[in-house]
Write a protein that binds this ligand. Structure first.
Ligand code: ASP
Ligand code: MG
Length: 481
């Protein structure tokens, strides 16, 4: 069971989460993965950025804020005096460490990826202790475990990947004996360590990934992601108020939705479990009576056609063109080597067959880096006018329609595009991978709401599930960071 930031965001939420764990622990072995309390990772990141800019007040302010959040939770949750004193001392030490490291950053005015990972993992190291002690108060034999002891990663700081063989061995050695004794391990989400023991993180929102890594290593029966939404919906309820709840989606559908902006899951979450067929449930810890969405292998009776629509904003379209680009055989190789070199995440790529135009979409925050790198890589071709322009259009968004069974269903694209035509919405670029799980297209940002609403309505998606109306309009994007 993994609990996201809002699910452990304050003492009542932590208590509720604790009850869910105690209940489950009575029925069978449970491993718990916990995120930082909501807002904590953001405040760690904000403080280190300020420190990097030389702001010497940042470390102290960070420490005060962390102490406020955690000490007040501890006071409320842990009446047992000995347990409370021990916990307060541990929290104090971790907070002092965060402050100390941040001071180092402020002194050097330099923030390395390695320091980012060490500092940003403090939130989880605090929250597991609070959570384990809360379970202890409820009579559950829980123990906080740091994932640096379990998850061995590569050294790609801020987006590390697990080395699964070593991770499996360590995880089983450490956790199975605890489980056999009836204990409940409470493991830090988000963090890991290289084989040399250097702390790493799995990327923002990475606690979901922690849960499925551990689930796979322990051959779990299932992984439950407890969060603050009822499950996966047919669309973002902020765009589409009558978005319907989806009781089940396939791994592929969930992965497409995660990629395209429906931030229910960290994008790598399903990788460890999908090959093993371990189901992942998205459930609401504030409404545990609701069934949640089951993510699993696609069944033969899975519904056909489009299942969900998602939109991604804050992206820019980069266009590379000119009549001479037909003659530049390595254009794509040069372009994408350049974007990869600066670590830009490409969300969509198209090239027309006439080859006088190629475009890709990147996150707005990556755009300047990506474009500068591409210009440099193509400098020769630009000088010789084989290439006429590299332009950037920041005013666009991607809309993606997702459904496993679109494969081999004739007419999906036709319907989607005629809906857009009848709304008078211009399509700037189109992409469909041959897996046919997803058709995505680029529209003017101003047309996103209209596009998503019209497709959702005209394809009848609101009628799909028992329309679980969302109480919280902020829902589909979790508010956990
Ligand atoms: N606390 C980390 C973050 O905010 C990891 C997570 O919540 O999943 O990104
Ligand atoms: Mg989070």
């Amino acid at each position: 069971m993994k609990f996201g930031g809002t699910s452990v965001g304050d003492p009542p939420a932590i208590r509720r989460a604790g009850e869910l764990v105690s209940q489950a622990a009575r029925e069978g072995p449970v491993v718990t993965v916990v995120s930082a309390m909501s807002g904590v990772t953001n405040s760690l990141v904000a403080a280190m950025r300020r420190a990097e800019a030389g702001d010497e007040a940042a470390p102290g302010e960070l420490a005060a804020a962390l102490a406020r959040t955690h000490s007040s939770a501890i006071e409320v949750l842990i009446p047992d005096e000995a347990r409370r004193a021990k916990l307060l001392a541990e929290a104090k030490e971790l907070i002092a460490q965060a402050e100390h490291w941040c001071r180092g950053v402020a002194l050097l005015k330099e923030l390395t990826p390695r320091a980012v990972d060490a500092i940003s993992g403090i939130g989880e190291r605090l929250s597991v202790r609070v959570f384990a002690a809360t379970l202890g108060e409820a009579g559950v034999a829980a123990a906080a475990v740091e994932a640096t002891e379990l998850i061995v990663t590569d050294n790609a700081h801020m987006q590390a990947l697990p080395l699964m063989d070593q991770t499996r061995q360590k995880t089983r050695e450490r956790l199975l004996p605890m489980l056999e004794r009836g204990g409940v391990p409470v493991v830090t989400g988000f963090i890991g360590a290289t084989s040399e023991g250097v702390p790493t993180t799995l990327g923002r929102g990475g606690s979901d990934f922690t849960a499925t890594i551990l689930g796979a290593c322990l051959d779990a029966e299932k992984v439950i992601i407890w969060t603050d939404v009822d499950g996966v919906l047919t669309a973002d309820p902020r765009l589409v108020p009558d978005a319907a709840f989806l009781p089940a989606v396939s791994y592929n559908e969930a992965a497409e939705l995660a990629h395209y902006g429906a931030k229910v899951l960290h994008s790598k979450t399903l990788r460890p479990v999908a090959p093993r067929g371990i189901p992942v449930w998205i459930r609401n810890s504030f409404a545990p009576e609701k069934p949640g969405t089951r993510i699993g292998p696609a069944g033969p009776s899975a519904p056909r056609g489009v299942r969900a629509i998602t939109a991604i904003r804050d992206v820019s379209l980069v266009n590379i063109g000119g009549p001479g680009i037909v003659g530049i055989p390595d254009l794509a190789a040069k372009t994408f080597a350049a974007t990869a070199g600066v670590g830009a995440n490409l969300l969509l790529i198209t090239q027309s067959s006439a080859q006088n135009d190629m475009c890709f979409v990147v996150q707005t925050s990556d755009t300047a880096h990506a474009v500068a790198a591409v210009r440099k890589a193509l400098a020769y071709d630009l000088r010789h006018h084989d290439l006429e322009h590299i332009t950037v259009n920041p005013g666009i968004a991607i809309v993606a329609v997702v459904g496993e069974q679109m494969r081999g269903t004739v007419g999906v694209a036709g319907r989607v595009f005629s809906i857009l035509a009848s709304e008078g919405i211009n399509i700037i670029a189109i992409a469909q991978g041959s897996s046919e799980n997803n058709i995505s297209f680029v529209v003017e940002e101003a047309a996103v709401q209209k596009a998503v609403t019209a497709i959702h309505r005209d394809l009848g998606l609101a009628k799909l599930g028992p329309a679980a109306k969302v109480q919280d309009p902020g829902a589909q994007t979790k508010g956990e960071a």
